[in-house]
Design a binder for this molecule. Sequence first.
Ligand code: CA
Length: 283
Amino acid sequence: MKVVRDLGADPEFPPRISQILRREFGVCPQLSSILASGFLGFWLPFSTFLPPAAEYSFRVVKVYPHDRTAFTQGLEYRDGFLYEGTGLVGRSALRKINLETGRVVQNFDVPQPFFGEGITILNQQILQLTWQSQTGFVYDKTSLRVLRSFSYPGEGWGMTNDGKQIYMSDGSSQIRVWDPVTLKEARRIKVMDGAQPISALNELEFVRGEIFANVWQTDRIARISPADGHVLGWIDLGGLLPKEDRTGADVLNGIAYDSAGDRLFVTGKLWPKLFEIKIIPKK
Ligand SMILES: [Ca+2]
């Protein structure tokens, strides 16, 4: 759609089209001008519906401790606690964490050879993906006991839900939508910013009717429409983790939303801190 935007914004566009019509197709000057104007009239209304995705920045509300050995792959908030899924073979786990202190109050070590990935909490269960094993786990939320496993094709990256459906990322530009009971794929959402597919979608969070997605190896979160996958906006979290905390830290990854308190939490892999932030328009 960027092409459309550029064409619509280009003052040279009608002359160019009319020149092409005259030169290449031998259309008389009067008719070529009329055709070119009509073409522009066709494109302009479309271009007005294609504003660029809005850019947002952040304001830090509060800083919490985060385990800097946790390779964060999934993060959710429920009733005063964070639930975190961590990765790396031999270091993967599912944890319940006290938000204020950062202390792990319950832990389940995911056995080798699994590489833990995204998690999501639905009703009284927690689901966890694994990276390349095509295997997911269902846990009892209270005991963190494994209830069962399930399988899916391809890779597992991030996961969230809206209470009715599960949304799952696999590192591509597509988000898979799963039935919450069968855990089978119902459809896919192609994530696009205008005409540009947005790939490497990682950790997910459902926030006020939108899907928020960390884009792997960037400081950016895409705000995605779950209806059609178009990017509604970008949150630039560059500079969130202070320089003095960056030694050993990996990329931004981990979004959790407290819907009752309207609090948004973000962290990263091996980050020593977790941040409550407010999203603000970028200046
Ligand atoms: Ca999340």
